[in-house]
Design a protein around this ligand. Structure first.
Ligand code: ADP
Ligand code: MG
Length: 257
């Protein structure tokens, strides 16, 4: 599953980290591939990502196998991370001259899946539609679109949908926008409610019934190198992400005979 939205600050990383932890805590085998040079998902999952740490960069540019560089996260059993470092920032340009530049990640994931049983691979994308995000879109089957309960929530969605249409017709006909998750919902404001209604109208079948509340605990957790699920398991934010993961896993279970 790829968590993408070219807008920054909408909750991509938070969603990746907490869905991954919730799915793994539920007994599934989960791999997070950090595709953002900021490495925020690596940080939040307590995984080292200082410059020079091998990870996504080596997989993309040196065709290293994923299994060689994955690191176990302490957030849940069966949760692994392929870390991203700031070195990945240069790869957007380095990749341009590389053969099969948009399918590098897909090949690496396919190779991994031949050897290991992984239930979910989650990609955390940077806030752009460049070659890094493209690699993730080409490697994934499902797209999760986090939308922040804010003004202009749907701004940029048309552009993302056009990119997806292009990816589907040119390189990855399995990719499908399957999930919209509303984040940073503030129950005290009419705006949040209005935005949720607007998004549900736009994506009636795929918007999860769970909405993620705006919560200080969610925002604090990464500074302790934790998901909110371990940081404060009983908080509203933790429960919401667990519910969202359940919706996703149940739907996944339906599709697999
Ligand atoms: P993105 O990856 O799309 O840039 P992030 O997941 O990093 O977005 O979130 C942006 C900022 O908002 C971060 O500081 C994060 O901690 C905070 N944040 C995300 N979701 C919530 C939430 N539900 N409640 C409060 N703060 C949140
Ligand atoms: Mg992010």
């Amino acid at each position: 599953m790829v968590v993408a939205n070219q807008k920054g600050g909408v909750g991509k990383t938070t969603t990746t980290v907490n869905l991954a932890t919730a799915l793994a805590a539920g007994g599934l085998r989960v791999l997070v591939i950090d595709v953002d040079p900021q490495g925020n998902a690596s940080t939040a999952l307590g995984v080292d990502h200082e410059p020079g740490t091998p990870g996504t960069y080596e997989v993309l540019l040196e065709e290293a196998p994923i299994a060689k560089h994955v690191v176990k996260s302490d957030e849940a059993p069966n949760l692994w991370v392929l870390p991203a470092t700031i070195d990945l920032a240069g790869s957007e340009i380095q990749l341009v001259s590389v053969v099969s530049r948009e399918t590098r990640l897909r090949r690496a994931v396919e190779e991994l899946q031949q050897q290991y049983d992984v239930d979910y691979v989650l990609f955390d994308c940077p806030p752009s539609l460049g070659l890094l995000t493209l690699n993730a879109l080409v490697a994934a089957k499902e797209l999760i679109l986090p939308i922040q309960c804010e003004y202009y929530a749907l701004e940029g969605v048309t552009q993302l949908m056009n990119t997806i249409r292009m990816v589907v017709s040119e390189v990855n006909n399995e990719l499908e926008l399957t999930t919209v998750l509303m984040t940073m919902f503030d129950r005290r404001t009419n705006l949040s409610q209005e935005v949720v209604e607007e998004v549900r109208k736009h994506f009636p079948d795929i918007t999860l019934s769970t909405v993620i509340p705006r919560s200080v605990r969610i925002a604090e957790a990464p500074s302790y190198n934790q998901s909110v699920i371990t940081y404060d398991p009983r908080s509203a934010g933790s429960r919401a992400y667990i519910e969202a993961a359940k919706e996703i896993a149940q739907r996944g279970a339906k599709e697999t005979p």
